[in-house]
Ligand binder design. Structure first.
Ligand SMILES: [Zn+2]
Length: 398
């Protein structure tokens, strides 16, 4: 039963002391509620405090405080939150799924984690962290074990959400940053889309844009190296005295030169698709040669020699080309790692080894341990100071 004290309400009430329709949340308004939440953008949510007390540290702390104070006049408590209505709805959506025993997708979890940041919901932090770590391990394996034959699929969650969430979540969440930045630089649609305005401001890093630009410059260089390799294949081959000039990949280079107007954001994908195209051509050449009758093979070879091999290069040239492309890819991946994390530790071969270890050794979050708990309390206090420090609690004093 809603009973607002007109003296302390942080918004204008209707003549009969009700919350105006215009500022009521359309999704979360429970007529049987017992606490009003006011978001920083002025939307009012009416809920049962029971669910919030169960899941939110921040709200539990504040509500326990009122619970211990005699409720004179039985005014409905009003909490002003330093989060937007979008953030609050995300958390409430998660809590509802939780009550129904439904597991949200990893992308939703990352999105919810941003909101959990302000509300201190440990159950959500734990689930989101576990989901993000599993996803990062998978992406890491995808990039490091890639054979250059099938396409690398886009990540299953928005990398921007993952980056912001990793900053909101406790350690070892930061281990996912490097691999997520690669996903972001390769798969995010464009620079303009970096962090939609609704996302948690406090978690953005002003250097992120520069990081992405830097990574994309390397993608563009990789595209150039791959094309140059294809164009100069014949010449390189005769220089190296591997044998007489055989196939040419100049036509391949022309076919795969990205349109001049291709957005810088697309260069990473272009590079990967050039390698995939060579990989696919290699597979085709192998199966063609395997299925061709033996005596036709020679003839084929001569015929294609005559044609300059432009249409269907032989599998041994393609193997050479593809191997060299994969060497460039490995250098690129290692370079990405160094740009993002600096030089590897002395006894490490690859800069990614450290990250792989950290991701592997953190199957479950560390929050249960004592030091984890201290860390968490520390983080919670910082949250209180920086993010919800000015979270206002209004209680009836009449
Ligand atoms: Zn050849």
């Amino acid at each position: 039963m809603l009973n607002i004290n007109p003296q302390t309400a942080p918004f204008t009430l209707t003549p009969d002391n009700q919350v105006p329709e215009a500022i009521r949340d359309t999704e979360y308004w429970d007529d049987g509620g017992d606490v009003l939440l006011v978001t920083k953008d002025g939307t009012v949510v009416f809920l049962c405090m029971d669910m919030l007390i169960r899941y939110s540290e921040t709200i539990r702390g504040l509500l326990n405080h009122i619970a211990g104070v005699p409720q004179e006049g039985l005014w409905t408590p009003i909490l002003e939150l330093q989060c937007s209505v979008t953030e609050l709805r995300a958390v409430l959506e998660y809590l509802r799924l939780q009550e129904q025993g439904i597991q949200p997708s990893v992308d939703s979890l990352a999105r919810y984690a941003l909101s959990a940041y302000t509300l201190g919901i440990q159950a959500l932090d734990d689930t989101a962290l576990t989901g993000l770590l599993a996803c990062a391990r998978d992406r890491m394996d995808t990039y490091t074990n890639w054979e250059g034959i099938t396409e690398i699929r886009p990540p299953p969650l928005n990398p921007e959400h993952a980056i912001l969430a990793s900053r909101a979540l406790p350690e070892p969440a930061s281990s996912i940053l490097a691999i997520t930045f690669i996903d972001l630089s390769v798969f995010a649609p464009s620079k303009a889309a970096l962090y939609p305005s609704s996302e948690a401001l406090a978690l953005r890093d002003p250097n992120d844009e520069d990081t992405i630009i830097l990574l994309r410059e390397r993608h563009s260089e990789l595209v150039d190296s791959l094309l140059k390799l294809s164009r100069n294949f014949g010449r390189r081959r005769s220089l190296a005295k591997v044998g007489r000039p055989c196939c040419s990949f100049e036509a391949f280079a022309v076919d795969h030169t990205p349109n001049l107007h291709v957005n810088a954001a697309m260069k990473g994908r272009s590079a990967l698709s050039i390698i995939t195209a060579a990989g696919a051509a290699l597979e085709t050449a192998r199966s063609r040669e395997a299925s061709a009758p033996k005596d036709f093979k020679q003839e084929d070879q001569h015929l294609s020699d005559y044609k300059g091999h432009s249409s269907s290069p032989c599998s041994s040239c393609l193997t050479e080309l593809h191997l060299e492309m994969m060497r460039l890819y490995s250098l690129w991946l290692e370079d990405m790692g160094r740009l993002l994390m600096g030089e590897p530790q002395t006894n490490r071969f690859s800069v990614w080894d450290n990250i792989r270890d950290r991701l592997r050794n953190s199957q479950t979050p560390v929050l249960r341990t004592k030091s984890g708990l201290r860390q968490r309390i520390g983080r919670f206090c910082r949250r209180m100071l920086h993010t919800v420090g000015d979270l206002l609690f209004r209680r009836d004093v009449a």
